[in-house]
Design a protein around this ligand. Structure first.
Ligand code: GLN
Length: 231
């Protein structure tokens, strides 16, 4: 690399708390997304400024071009593809339902009748819950981040929450007080998103860096650092 060339700095928005993909640890943002992004930036010789805005706010910031990209366990959905350009998928997901671990009364969507369900604004989990809500007769209450959504279930204000399998499974293992009770609904894989105009270069570099990390084994190293060897 030409040392005289000024490194580009891209502003990348992310979620506030979405372990193991992004979360604060000792004052720093870590997780699969954060490690991947930093490793790709290093590989492709650019800098990143990370803005933990929360998921919905991050997507809105991208739409209004206040940031260059979003990495936030963001599912590649057809609706979003109409607005943004996505990288190659880098992680598979799917939506599951969780209830308080001491609750044995809610095992299925049909047990939600007349009950309150916690969802997270602007997410695939929220869309799924909204899509079955009238069929199963439950009410929804929205939260801006996953931690507050889980707390609402733990404290018994809501009976269930819908979120991405890898995140809920990690949280359950870490002792968040919930358990997963339904099989994975088909969901979309995670991708890095940029605005459709002006950030083709960033997207190209992300894809190239991702491919390099996969080839070198660094991608697998990052995944197993957070999820163990079995994944
Ligand atoms: N994967 C989900 C989505 O894109 C949730 C992302 C998140 O909450 N950070 O809607």
């Amino acid at each position: 690399n030409d040392k005289n060339t000024k490194q580009e700095t891209y502003t990348i928005a992310t979620d506030v708390t979405f372990a193991p993909f992004e979360y604060k640890d000792k004052g720093e943002y870590v997780g699969i997304d954060m490690d991947l992004l930093r490793a790709i930036a290093k590989d492709q010789d650019f800098k990143v400024e990370i803005k933990p805005l929360g998921f919905n706010a991050a997507v809105q910031a991208l739409e209004s071009k206040q940031v260059d990209g979003v990495i936030a366990g963001m599912s590649i959905t057809p609706e979003r593809e109409a607005k943004f350009s996505f990288s190659k998928p880098y992680f598979d997901s799917g939506v599951v339902m969780a209830v308080a671990d001491k609750d044995d009364s809610v095992k299925d969507y049909s047990d939600l009748k007349g009950k309150r369900v916690a969802i997270k604004t602007g997410t695939e989990g929220a869309s799924f819950a909204e899509s079955i809500k009238s069929k199963y007769g439950f009410k929804t209450v929205t939260f801006d981040d996953s931690a507050n959504m889980y707390d609402d279930v733990k404290t018994g204000n809501s009976v269930a929450a819908f979120d991405d399998y890898p995140v809920l499974a990690y949280g359950v293992k870490e002792g968040n007080g919930l358990k997963i009770v339904t099989p994975k609904e088909k969901g979309n894989s995670y991708g890095f998103a940029v605005n459709q105009s002006g950030n083709e270069e960033l997207l190209k570099r992300f894809n190239k860096g991702l491919a390099n990390l996969k080839e070198s084994g660094e991608y697998d190293k990052i995944i197993s650092k957070y999820l163990g060897e079995s994944n």
